[in-house]
Design a protein around this ligand. Structure first.
Ligand code: PLP
Length: 356
């Protein structure tokens, strides 16, 4: 606390992102980045955009990119909002669509940035417990509220909801915005984008960081009824008119032009995930059913914090959360074949071999 600060800063609890180690030898399975690089077509587009035009401001509406996203999802450009990473989209969503007199609802086990935005914007929120099996029960959200947000698949559990369950939620809560954060949906989940046409209270948030291997470019977007998008544009234009720089617009657009690469890499991640789940289960881990590019696992005889520390001694970093309900779990991002193998070798060293 400094006497120069806005006094409200002292009370905030900022989000703590997963470690980005400076040591490059570490096997990084802690922040759900894609193990594969972006499409070569994206890299070429970025190189081509690195020219004299950078002296000019970018298109404030990212029009070409919005058109590509609209075409990809079969929605109108007026139903697309683009932000500097989905974290920025979410920030505008909390302020512009979820801040009402009644509290916003989200699961108790979920993306830990949600309560941070509530703190920043001084919003009331209510955490709805997930079941003992870590599942979101949509019927628990049928209560008075100012809005609802949930990731699908959920993070950090990786468990997905069927689109019919989210539709039931939309029907039961027609008077508030329901935000579905689909950061991981491309790894086997069921998207609710097709429901946008029928539910004006549905907003779907997406990111290019995970399934399109572009965490470093910072592009995310939302799809929803025009009324919601116009609201988000109002917030954005009170904050930063040019959140998506020229390089990001060019690179993101190119990503949507290389469907084959996208399909191939996401299938590879799902294949590697299945192998990783089998290896961990053989070594006594309980692994929650994942539709994401990470798995959430615990071992009945090994403390998770200690496991994480011992993995780190073996140059593998995974994510451990100190939340009481999940402090015996590790969240492990799916890496390349050799990274998964190194993790399994390190775990074998610690917990013993398969079948032991
Ligand atoms: C990674 C993640 C985000 C943020 O993605 P960016 O687009 O990189 O800001 C949002 N929501 C969830 C659930 C995530 O896991």
């Amino acid at each position: 606390m400094s006497r120069f600060w806005n006094p409200a800063l002292a009370k905030l609890a900022p989000y703590v992102p997963g470690e980005q180690p400076r040591l490059s030898k570490l096997i990084k399975l802690n922040t759900n980045e894609n193990p594969f690089g972006p499409s070569p077509h994206v890299v070429k587009a970025l190189q081509a955009a690195a020219n004299d035009s950078l002296r000019l401001y970018p298109d404030p509406h990212s029009h070409a990119l919005a058109q590509a996203i609209g075409a990809y999802h079969g929605v109108d450009t007026s139903e697309v909002f683009i932000g500097n990473g989905s974290d920025e989209v979410l920030a505008h969503v909390f302020l512009g669509l979820l801040k009402h007199e009644r509290p916003v609802l989200f699961p108790d086990i979920t993306y830990s940035f949600y309560p941070v935005y509530c703190g920043l914007y001084d919003m009331a929120y209510h955490e709805v417990p997930v079941s003992a099996g870590m599942e979101i029960r949509v019927e628990d959200y049928a209560q008075p509220c100012g809005g609802i947000i949930l990731p699908n698949p959920n993070a950090p559990t990786g468990i997905g909801l069927a689109s019919a369950q989210i539709e039931a939620l939309l029907v039961s809560q027609p008077d508030v915005v329901v935000v579905v954060d689909e950061a991981y949906v491309d790894f086997g989940g069921e998207s609710v984008v097709p429901l946008v046409a029928r539910y004006p209270n549905l907003l779907v948030v997406r990111t290019l960081s995970k399934s399109r291997s572009l965490a470093g470019l910072r592009v995310g977007y939302a799809i929803g009824h025009q009324d919601l998008i116009v609201g988000l544009e109002r917030v954005k234009n009170c904050f930063n008119s040019y959140p998506i720089d020229r390089l990001a617009q060019a690179g993101a657009l190119a990503s949507f032009e290389d469907e084959a690469y996208f399909q191939h890499t996401r299938q590879e991640v799902m294949r590697l995930r299945a192998g990783l789940v089998a290896s961990l289960e053989q070594r006594g881990f309980e692994v929650l059913p994942s539709q994401a590019n990470f798995i959430f696992a615990r071992h009945p005889r090994h403390d998770a914090a200690q496991l994480a520390a011992r993995l780190r001694e073996r140059s593998v970093i995974v994510r451990h959360f100190r939340h009481p309900r999940i402090d015996q779990f590790l969240r492990i991002s799916v890496g390349k074949e050799e990274e998964c193998a190194a993790l399994v070798t390190a775990l074998t060293d610690i917990v013993g071999p398969a079948g032991a």
